[in-house]
Design a protein around this ligand. Structure first.
Ligand code: GMT
Length: 376
């Protein structure tokens, strides 16, 4: 099939998932066209069957806000027509679902019918999408999509609660390439971070408020009082400064390593002993799943869809939002001895296989098949 994928190119989970999906589809022989304003971070265009089309947004002195959605719709029409795409799969509703609707309508004028699949990822519904300045367009364009999918049951339910959705929302869980993440830790890297074999705790995110990165520091502070430990922080964003400040106040700054944005997570994650994700909300928590595939157990909140990924007492532990005391106590419980830690590591890895790409990607292909039976 010839598939168009629209996504954010940045380090957010929706862009990562869309990119990994496109790469896997291309490997299976589909022709995949990525359409975005920048090359997605995990995408290499030097792969067979992969194409990247950049959306150019012309500016004009009149514009305080250059109209990205208009430029995206026009690019979609052009790419779909010139490459004879069979369908469009858009990730993250805003503004991708409405731009896809606009493109679909324009193409109908030329007698071209392009099916649109919209995958909801989380903040496009729970945070940004429900803002009254976006909500009517979000609800309309979701309803106009030919197929709607959500990355967890929780997100499906939240979408029904937030908007008047008249269609079925199908749940297709996020996935991970377990084989790629199941690596031996790089000893040299581990030695630099933890020269005295301290336990390594890790957090990776876009450092936005919803991630509660300050809770990560508080949990780490409690853990290191009991167990020699280091904290590795991957990613960057608005919370980075306050987090640095907090760690100085608590006197643990020297035990923290900030490595900024990274795209080779499969090399970094295996060195960790515990992944911390104390978010206010996660529709799914792809970062936690990638950690589990790297044999790293998870301490998280029970917000959103996290309980669908992190299994209490098996792959890690969950606690209420802001319950630093419980999360610290549970972290210590996991890290206290090698036998306990190794058992959690093994179970985290085994559970990650439930979300292996081999079982999830055919679920998307089954949806595509509904629209292009002759393509298979
Ligand atoms: O978490 C973010 O802030 C980024 C956001 C995104 O759309 O890029 O992530 C969302 O989508 C991911 C992939 O489906 C999910 O794993 C994340 O849980 C979800 N984030 C939130 O719901 C806050």
């Amino acid at each position: 099939m010839r598939i168009g994928i629209v996504c954010y190119p940045t380090y957010g989970g929706s862009g990562v998932l869309a990119t990994e999906l496109g790469k896997a589809l291309a490997e299976k022989g589909h022709e995949v066209h990525f359409i975005s304003y920048q090359q997605p971070v995990r995408l290499s265009i030097f792969l067979p069957n992969i194409y990247y089309h950049e959306v150019q947004v012309p500016t004009y002195p009149l514009f305080d806000f250059p109209p990205y959605e208009t430029a995206l719709s026009s690019t979609l029409v052009d790419v779909i027509k010139n490459n004879h795409l069979d369908l469009l799969h858009v990730h993250y509703a805003i503004p991708h679902a409405s731009a896809a609707y606009m493109a679909k309508k324009m193409l109908q004028e030329d007698g071209i019918e392009i099916p649109v699949i919209t995958t909801l990822h989380g903040t496009d519904i729970t945070l940004v999408g429900k803002d009254k300045m976006y909500a009517p367009v979000v609800a309309f364009s979701i309803n106009e999509s030919d197929v709607i999918t959500a990355v967890s049951k929780n997100l499906r339910d939240e979408t029904y609660k937030t908007f008047h959705i008249k269609k079925d929302i199908e749940v297709i869980y996020n996935f991970v390439d377990v084989e790629r993440f199941n690596r031996k830790p790089l000893d040299a890297f581990k030695k630099v971070l933890a020269p005295n074999s301290e336990r390594i705790l890790l957090h990776a995110s876009n450092f936005r408020q919803v991630k509660r990165v300050q809770d990560v520091v508080h949990i780490f502070n409690e853990v290191q009082k009991e167990i020699p430990a280091k904290l590795l922080l991957v990613g960057d964003g608005p919370e980075r400064q306050p987090v640095e400040e907090l760690s100085r106040c608590l006197g643990v700054f020297e035990k923290l390593t900030f490595v900024g944005k990274q795209d080779q997570m499969e090399e970094i994650l295996p060195i960790a002993d515990l992944f911390l994700l104390p978010s206010e909300y996660e529709s799914f928590g792809l970062a936690a799943l990638e950690a589990m595939a790297s044999r790293v157990p998870v301490i998280s909140t029970n917000a959103g869809g996290l309980a669908e990924v992190n299994i209490e007492g098996q792959t890690g532990y969950l606690a209420d939002i802001g319950d630093i005391k419980t999360m610290s106590r549970k972290a210590i419980e996991i890290l206290k001895d090698d036998d306990t830690l190794n058992a959690f590591k093994q179970r985290a890895f085994e559970h990650a296989q439930t979300f292996n790409m081999e079982s999830i990607i055919p679920q998307y292909e089954a949806i595509y098949k509904r629209f292009c039976k002759d393509c298979w």
